[in-house]
Design a protein around this ligand. Structure first.
Ligand SMILES: C[S@@+](CC[C@H](N)C(=O)[O-])C[C@H]1O[C@@H](n2cnc3c(N)ncnc32)[C@H](O)[C@@H]1O
Length: 174
């Protein structure tokens, strides 16, 4: 009985750390589909020296993939301690990937050239404010699945299952 209760508490804690925290702040953890990496890559048009951020990086697999492919610096910011720990440990094997703990709203984004965001639209107002006040003027933004309301993206990578990616320049934002 004691062991069963301990196990249940452990499982609930893991569930909380993995999903509830992220869900509360911006989105639960649903990783970007690996089969979409090439489309996202094409949309980003990465060059040497580019610094890419993933706001809510989850397991950070997209960053590991792109950092290795282009030898560019990538920064992931993740609020779930379990996903942070997992990706932080993995980043020890990728010299160009840095993983930070916490909400992206608490971190400095001034060095980012491109940010990738796969979060729920309910955080977009805060995201737009953050972009306005704490990023480079020429930063590029890629949103997964949900576009900014009433803002026309500069580019879209669409498929027939609504797994779309939307590309904006900061200047596109009002
Ligand atoms: C939909 S998943 C996307 C994961 C990753 N970007 C990918 O594409 O595979 C959203 C992630 O963002 C994290 N998250 C939610 N709100 C956040 C916030 N305000 N700051 C940082 N991370 C956040 C969640 O814990 C979750 O891992």
């Amino acid at each position: 009985m004691y062991y069963k209760t301990s196990l249940l508490i452990l499982v609930l804690n893991v569930f909380f750390l993995l999903f509830v925290i992220g869900g509360f702040f911006g989105a639960i953890w649903v990783p970007t589909r690996k089969k979409d990496y090439k489309r996202i890559d094409a949309l980003m048009d990465l060059r040497p020296g580019t610094i890419l951020y993933d706001l809510g990086s989850g397991s950070a697999d997209l960053l590991f993939y792109l950092s290795k492919k282009y030898n560019i610096k990538c920064v992931g910011i993740e609020i779930s301690p379990i996903l942070y720990l997992y990706s932080k440990i993995k980043s020890l094997f990728y010299k160009n990937v840095e993983i930070k703990l916490g909400s992206f709203l608490w971190h400095d984004l001034k060095s980012a050239d491109i940010i990738y965001v796969f979060l729920l639209p309910r955080i977009y107002d805060k995201l737009k404010n953050k972009i306005k006040n704490n990023t480079k003027e020429n930063i590029k933004i890629i949103l997964a699945v949900w576009p900014f309301e009433n803002i026309k993206p500069s580019k879209i990578s669409a498929d027939n299952k609504n797994m779309n990616y939307y590309f904006y320049y900061k200047r596109d934002l009002p």
